[in-house]
Design a protein around this ligand. Sequence first.
Ligand code: UDX
Length: 429
Amino acid sequence: MKISIIGTGYVGTVTGTCFAHRGNDVICVDVDPGRINKINQGIPPIYEEGLEELLKEHAGKNLEATADYDYAITNSDISFICVPTPTDASGKIDLRFIREASRSIGERLKNKSSYHVVVVKSTVVPETTEKVVTPILEQASGKKAGKDFGVGMNPEFLREGKAVYDFMNPDRIVVGADDPMAGEVIRNLYAGYTCPILTADTKTAEMIKYVSNAFLATKISFSNEVGNICKLLGIDTYKVMEGVGLDARISPHFLRSGLGFGGSCFPKDVKALVGKASEVDYEPILLKTVLEVNERQPLIALRLLKKHVPDLNGKKIAVLGLAFKNDTDDIRESRAIPLIGMLLAEGAVVTAYDPMASEHMKNVYPNISYFSNAGDALDGADACLIATEWGEFGKLNGEFGRMKSKIVIDGRRVVNPDIKGITYEGICW
Ligand code: UDX
């Protein structure tokens, strides 16, 4: 099929490249000339495992990037809107880019004689496609959705770092469409996938995406709640959750307790769902608590640290791990951010190390000391806190010998607690 992808951020680049790899002709549209040039040269504008190889294979062949909407819409049968949907300070979703993309596509549909389907892939709150995208497309094109053109919603469930793998090996595909023809076109695009393909209307598809993320976030906050209780009872919560997760109805995934969840999706999407519920006059107390538990976990880590170092003023505290999870340089909503904030507020001198994310954290905390390896960050420290589940932290050993006082507060259960000479505390186990 001939596909246009609007927006070459994380979702757009992965989606476009993977669709090209599946044999489609793909045109990516962006306003940023830098991104366009990179894609046309086969250089991904973002890092994602396996993406560069695929982009190199398809750029200049069945994948190209342009700023020209006319060209992209004329030469495609289906357009995916993959623009960002940030949240404002109150947690409400900002649909500015969705509106702009819808208007730009709609204006080009005016003169298009063949049937075209517009699909929202960005994460948007329920009813956005139906009540925002479709009316803008109709107004800008002067045509009728469901008759002259189709509209759909096809959420992505990609994990950062594993997005290419997830695109090629999904657990399920959700096709949202408010008219049968649009649904059929989108389903055809996924012909050949062996996973279940669920068809629904657009607002149900939008809700599935939010609820998936909210449920996974709930599993984590639930595990943190259990972990906090287990800690006080002297019970190993990882053993507990291993036993719990063996129940097929529960599954063993997303039951790791620790500092909580971060990233560009879970906190934002749970907040947006809470906001949407409030709009329709419902107070989602469970979802609000999921967020509260998540906010509290760094505080629990701090309390535990203060059990060993009661007065942090002037004390050197090493924070190992700044990214929101391992294998990424992304610090969005990283639990290390509130943790470092609290340490600084207590007067601690913070040293930090992360294998990939230090440069980004320098924008948030320019005045703490960053090191290029864990040993140097630990040198002379009064205690250390592990904030990210990087595999290499599991191999640390002799490095702890460089600390003034070998107190290790592990927020991710990665350090070996049996290392000789260290005082080890897991935050909720
Ligand atoms: C997530 C979803 O997994 C993905 O389907 C969706 O499309 C986007 O959001 P991502 O943000 O890349 O993906 O990260 P993920 O691997 O899910 O981890 C999110 C956060 O949860 C991380 O901060 C991680 O440390 C934390 N986490 C994860 C836990 O604290 N415990 C767990 O058991 C699992």
